[in-house]
Design a protein around this ligand. Structure first.
Ligand code: ATP
Ligand code: MG
Length: 180
């Protein structure tokens, strides 16, 4: 099923997120749940995917990235790339997943210096924290996830697909993570 055009909705009775187009909005109730949700997305990652993880400090971007990397099949432990800017994770079939943190980047020049544009064009998926810092250099097609702090254990997540392949992926993700 492909998705049409949309707005956000959250069915509080069913506790199920509703996909009304290219955005999906839901809440995670624990770090473990965020990881499980990430695993579902990670299982769907394809070679050239760009997954942007936006949201304030402590909103759960790295926690979600841990789940995504696990679902993708990472052999490596996922850590925050805050200080070294880019982490690389390996999989048994030698594929690479990049995990980039733009928090300390002062602008798109820094992103070019670390070769982010090449990583994105490379045949490897990229997880990008703080994408809003370097939005001008990002390709228009991407999956954009905005996390927001609700309370100590709850995080809101809004997943927005930009581009047809990401709309398909978002729909697959919705079915895989939430059923239906
Ligand atoms: N539902 C939840 N989902 C994700 N993390 C949660 C949740 N509830 C509590 N937490 C906690 O919030 C913190 C999130 O930290 P995390 O490093 O993932 O955030 P971040 O967005 O990557 O922060 P930063 O901007 O510093 O990189 C962790 O300590 C985690 O255990
Ligand atoms: Mg982080």
């Amino acid at each position: 099923m492909l998705v049409g055009s949309y707005s956000l909705a959250y069915n509080r009775e069913l506790k199920m997120p509703i996909l009304e187009g290219q955005s999906l909005d839901f809440q995670s109730h624990s770090p473990e749940q965020t990881i499980r949700i990430g695993v579902r997305l990670g299982e769907l990652l394809e070679l050239s995917d760009l997954i942007c993880l936006a949201g304030d400090l402590g909103s759960g971007k790295t926690t979600l990235a841990q789940g995504i990397a696990r679902g993708w099949g990472s052999l490596d432990v996922v850590t925050s790339p805050s200080f070294i800017l880019v982490n690389q994770y390996r999989r048994a079939d030698q594929q690479i997943l990049y995990h980039v943190d733009a928090f300390r980047m002062t602008g798109i020049d820094d992103a070019y210096i670390i070769g982010l544009h090449e990583l994105i064009e490379d045949k490897a998926p990229v997880l990008l924290e703080w994408p809003e810092r370097i939005a001008e250099m990002l390709p228009p097609e991407r999956l954009w996830i905005t996390l927001r702090w609700v309370d100590e254990l709850h995080r809101g997540m809004q997943v927005t697909a930009h581009g047809l392949s990401y709309e398909r992926k978002l729909d697959q993700f919705r079915r895989s993570a939430f059923g239906g």
